[in-house]
Design a protein around this ligand. Structure first.
Ligand SMILES: [Fe+2]
Ligand SMILES: [Fe+2]
Length: 268
């Protein structure tokens, strides 16, 4: 079976492209399950229930989040009630949301996903290694196919977590830094890894935000509104082939779809 993992969906450019391209991409790539990080989906920070419904209708099965999870507080009710979206597993138990998501595909195969926040150059959170161990203990008899979103700033944090989890999960895929890395590979034990799969959003930007605003504030120290940029929207992620019997990944490749490529996708 084949999983598509999409990196941080950023603002209307990211959401719109996912809505127009994902159905055709699912068909062309014969994707069985889509997992996506949507922490920046609404206005670049957080996600509203409306955007959540749009993304799910577009074909995203499971949603992970990151440090911006609660920026739109309306999402709390979705996090508490909906079984297809999770909070970072190393958030405190009091934080709204479930630690992992689990679904059964039409084929009968179960797929689980969870996300973890890194601790370098980020707000202090609980240990991601211990949180991952706790979630995996809970998933032991529930799913062989497990996708882990490591939402971290430092590349070393992501590599360390991947080595901690290799042979125990299907994939460890990086988000948060919004820039895709060219290091995708299969680790010993059949764990697919990529340090950052890239964002689904406007690439003519500073990590999704308007270049002029970020440059102005960076050079003058005068605050400005870091609105979401609009130019060159692209959908970025990783396609992971999985042996259903073992839950091990057999292949991983990067994927990037811009507006032009999206126009050539099949219309399902
Ligand atoms: Fe992000
Ligand atoms: Fe983030």
């Amino acid at each position: 079976m084949r999983i598509l993992f999409l990196g941080d969906i950023v603002g209307p450019p990211g959401v719109d492209l996912v809505r127009t391209a994902l159905p055709g991409l699912r068909a062309r790539e014969e994707i069985d399950c889509v997992v996506a990080n949507a922490e920046n989906a609404s206005a670049g920070s957080g996600m509203t229930p409306r955007t959540y419904r749009q993304l799910r209708q577009a074909g995203i099965d499971l949603v992970t989040m990151g440090d911006h999870i609660y920026k739109k507080l309306e999402i709390v009710s979705v996090l508490e009630e909906d079984a297809h979206i999770c909070k970072p597993a190393n958030f405190p138990p009091e934080a709204p949301g479930r630690r992992f998501v689990l679904m059964q595909l039409a084929s009968g195969v179960s797929v689980a996903a969870f996300c973890l926040l890194g601790r370098t150059y980020m707000r202090p959170v609980d240990c991601p290694f211990k949180a991952a161990d706790a979630v995996l203990a809970e998933l032991a008899d529930k799913a062989k196919i497990i996708v882990v979103d490591i939402h971290a700033e430092a590349t070393a944090d992501k590599y360390l977590l991947a080595h901690h989890l290799k042979g125990r999960v299907t994939a460890v895929l990086g988000t948060h830094t919004h820039v895709p890395t060219a290091d995708e590979h299969i680790m010993p034990g059949g764990t697919a890894f990529q340090c950052d799969v890239g964002m689904c959003g406007p690439y003519d930007s500073i990590l999704g935000r308007r270049i002029d605003r970020v440059l102005f504030t960076t050079t003058t120290f005068v605050p400005s509104a870091f609105d979401v940029a609009t130019g060159d929207p692209r959908l970025a992620g990783a396609v992971v082939d999985v042996d259903e019997g073992t839950g091990q990944a057999t292949a991983i490749r990067r994927i990037m779809v811009d507006d032009k490529a999206a126009s050539h996708l099949p219309k399902p």
